[in-house]
Design a protein around this ligand. Structure first.
Ligand code: MG
Length: 284
């Protein structure tokens, strides 16, 4: 091969590299940077997959905002747990929790009977299947940041399925990430948030997904969520793991799992957390 042909081949390769790198079928493809956009003051994405309804992208800022409902003055605030409840936090210690990432002690702090999110996600030392859950949370006041950056935490059922905790009081965000959303999938039926600094209640009923012997989904998980006395999820089928910018997908797992609470850079307070395990029903 003479020098001229070698030079031509080298030039062709150099010329083609950027095109190869942009072709997602090649191993050269860089991960595209998420393209955040703002529509009517709501920040989100439209470079994400379509939801199965074919109408909205995941985290679509154009998806309608949940209607604002002002909750009543009280509902289950400071509800005393029934005698068969598993108390996960009564204001005293974090013995029922551990660090989700390391398995070590839960790195959250306790202040005035509330536990404050910090450093890492935490998970329960107990595992649960079908359950009834009560917890209370309080968003930082005065609020800082906006959208998903304001008072973000989350309740991860079985450590996988997130019911969003966020300060959506006069803080619009993409609907499938609002307070009470099954994150990235199902917006809440209402925005029933109280103001930051006020205690808010979640009462939640969850039934686990079921899988056959081959790991194929036979029954999805379902969740009913009551935020401050307002139903925000009504026996909603969950589509799988609740992952940022993704349509949910199931991965087979055990019939029980720990519950997790998210640390998402914000100091969100929690108190009065208890669970009533509901006996597992294995028939679809
Ligand atoms: Mg969250």
């Amino acid at each position: 091969m003479n020098h001229r042909i070698q030079t031509l081949i080298a030039s062709a390769i150099i010329w083609a590299l950027p095109a190869l790198a942009q072709n997602s079928n090649t191993p050269f493809a860089p991960t595209p940077k998420p393209q955040e956009i703002v529509i009517d003051g709501v920040t989100g994405f439209q470079d994400t997959p379509m939801q199965p309804d074919g109408r909205w992208h995941v985290h679509d800022p154009a998806r309608p905002q949940p209607p604002v409902v002002t909750p009543g003055a009280s509902f289950s605030t400071l509800a005393t747990p029934p005698n068969d409840a598993v108390v996960l936090f009564d204001g005293r210690d974090l013995a029922s929790w551990r660090n989700k990432r390391t398995g070590g002690p839960a790195p959250w702090t306790i202040e005035n009977g509330a536990m404050i999110s910090a450093k890492d996600d935490i998970v329960t030392t107990n595992e649960f299947g079908d359950l009834q859950l009560h917890l209370e949370f309080r968003e930082p006041a005065p609020p800082t940041d906006s959208g998903q950056g304001r008072g973000n935490s989350g309740v991860f059922l079985m450590g996988r399925y997130e019911v969003q905790v966020l300060d959506c009081y006069h803080n619009p965000t993409y609907a499938d990430g609002a307070t009470g959303a099954v994150y990235s999938q199902h917006p809440p039926l209402a925005n029933a948030c109280r103001a930051p600094g006020e205690w808010q209640t979640y009462d939640l009923i969850f039934t686990t997904p079921h899988f056959d012997a081959d790991g194929k989904l036979t029954v999805p998980g379902y969740v009913t969520v009551i935020l401050n006395g307002v139903v925000v999820q009504n026996h909603q089928a969950i589509r799988g793991d609740t992952t940022y910018r993704s349509v949910g997908q199931y991965t087979a797992h055990n019939p029980t799992g720990p519950m997790a609470l998210q640390f998402h850079k914000n100091a969100v307070a929690f108190r009065n957390i208890w669970v009533r395990p509901v006996p597992l029903v294995n028939e679809p």
